[in-house]
Design a protein around this ligand. Structure first.
Ligand code: AHR
Ligand code: AHR
Ligand code: AHR
Length: 485
């Protein structure tokens, strides 16, 4: 039985079931998600390898070969048509055209389930999915449950990495108009024990860890690489539960009365669904989603415990975030442009500014150093010791990072933001031919690109000038060689 079979047996059936990694009903063999590729704008649906099974990631890899793909739709497996698509503007606008949110890269969150490769949904700040016309989701004070499997090492303090019940208008319509799982270390509203991240509930105008609106020490900091997060709510009661999604059982972090503040009892749920954003389309948060459901009715702890056992049995495990030409940590490398007309230019820096410059074996030592990079292990904790950071050869302690999606060279200030902005994952170049493409760990839709001989992390056809689709593949495909210095 899958999670939704278990919820149905418990009398609290799924009314929405989303996953890019696997079927959540043992009989489900339909489409799990849709991807769109940049090369020709075509879409394809990815289904399980077998009924009840793991997603056919190989079909995605084939479809997306030599280009970039975005996840356009997470299909609802419950049969209610509660699919999640690119979130429209709400109280806040997203960064994409017409105020829409970004879509997630199709390859940002590779994992294995029982040894079979699958991809999660890597939500960078700006990314969001929504359904403002969902059917059968709890409204008013009606009871519901939900769980999600997340990456407990990928989070931030932005608002708000949510999955669950939100406003149909995309606007903040008041306290109690949302009920979602939240994951991250935002402390603007509530918090739990330690320094976070925490599983909390976003009930609108507040992230709650218990009845006390500011803090509940029973809600622990949780950083399991695979994290099961549970929130459920009904009249005058709600609960937060959590577990390591790869082993063991659920613990209850809160179980009791609604928060001590006006507007949360009774609730005024509206029944839209969000993923990766706040109720008003706040888009500052990041996180990774693998699977999740919403139920009708208040699931029993026993039902949720059985769901957790099913999640553990799915055997989520990490897999490599890099592919293509190998880089060896500690070595010095150069990255040469391969776009016709620019092939004598190398990724380099002039002070803080990153650019491409013509370099030859007879160039001055200073220029050779400016166009060579020491490969380091990725500084972002969330990359799990995978991926790479590129330290300047002439300025030890300074690294390539992106800021406003422009590459710069800056001193490592030790902050989480710096470490994440300076971590990049390599893959076979989009043009092939032995080249490498280098994507930003925290923004996997974005790759090292030269544009007008400047350095950026660019997405394929995004809103910035440097995101231009023309010559994208060439501009993001680099010939890697031993550094000049
Ligand atoms: O409740 C926290 C956030 O506050 C909600 O997600 C958002 O709608 C509002 O900004
Ligand atoms: O480069 C994109 C973002 O811009 C970085 O993540 C952040 O540090 C800056 O605001
Ligand atoms: O960086 C040089 C060129 O500038 C790129 O190939 C092109 O995309 C842009 O016009």
């Amino acid at each position: 039985a899958g999670p939704c079979d278990i919820y149905a047996s418990g009398g609290t059936p799924c009314v929405a079931a989303h996953s890019t990694t696997r079927a959540l009903y043992s009989a489900f063999s339909g489409a799990l998600y849709q991807v769109k590729r940049a090369s020709d704008g075509a879409t394809t649906n990815i289904s399980p390898l077998a009924a009840g099974g793991v997603a056919n990631a190989g079909a995605q890899d084939t479809f997306c070969a030599g280009t970039t793909c975005l996840i356009t739709t997470l299909y609802d497996q419950s049969g209610r048509g509660n699919h999640l698509t690119q979130a429209p503007p709400g109280g806040f606008k997203g960064p994409e055209a017409n105020g829409y949110d970004n879509l997630a890269s199709a390859i940002g969150a590779p994992v294995t389930l029982n040894g079979q490769k699958a991809y999660g949904v890597f939500v960078s700040p700006g990314t969001g999915y929504r359904n403002n016309n969902a059917k059968g989701i709890a409204v008013g004070d009606a009871a519901e449950g939900m769980y999600a499997v997340l990456d407990g090492t990928h989070y931030n303090d932005g608002c708000c990495f949510d999955y669950g019940n939100a406003e149909v208008s995309g606007r903040d319509t008041g306290n109690g108009h949302m009920e979602t799982i939240y994951f991250g270390d935002n402390t603007v509203w509530g918090s739990g024990a330690g320094s976070g991240p925490w599983i909390m509930a976003d009930l609108e105008n507040g992230l709650f860890s218990g009845a006390n609106v500011k803090n509940n020490n029973g809600d622990p900091t949780v950083t399991h690489r695979f994290l099961t997060a549970v929130v459920k709510g009904g009249p005058n009661k709600w609960a937060i539960r959590g577990a390591n999604a790869a082993s063991g059982g659920l613990s209850t972090y809160y179980n009791g009365a609604r928060p001590n503040a006006a507007g949360y009892n009774p609730m005024s749920k509206e029944g839209a669904i969000v993923l990766g954003i706040g109720g008003d389309n706040s888009v500052g948060a990041q996180g990774t989603f693998y699977e999740g459901v919403m139920t009708t009715g208040y699931p029993s702890d026993a039902t949720e415990n059985a769901v957790q056992a099913d999640i553990v049995a799915a055997k989520y495990a990490i897999t490599s975030l890099t592919s293509g030409p190998a880089l060896s940590v500690g070595s010095s490398v150069s990255l040469r442009a391969t776009t016709s007309g620019y092939t004598t230019r190398y990724l380099a820096h002039t002070g803080a500014t990153v650019n491409t410059q013509v370099v030859t074996p007879s160039s001055a030592t200073a220029l050779k150093q400016q166009s060579s990079w020491t490969v380091r292990t990725g500084l972002a904790t969330g990359s799990g010791g995978q991926c790479f950071s590129f330290e300047s050869r002439d300025t030890a302690g300074s690294y390539l990072r992106h800021y406003d999606f422009t590459l710069t060279v800056a001193k490592n200030d030790g902050s989480k933001q710096f470490r994440e902005d300076s971590t990049f994952c390599t893959e076979a170049g989009l043009t092939g031919s032995g080249t490498v493409s280098v994507r930003a760990w925290g923004y996997p839709t974005r790759y090292f690109r030269h544009y007008n001989n400047g350095g950026y992390v660019a997405s394929n056809g995004g809103v910035h000038t440097f995101d231009a689709a023309g010559s994208f593949n060439d501009d993001v495909s680099w010939a890697v060689a031993t550094g000049f210095a």
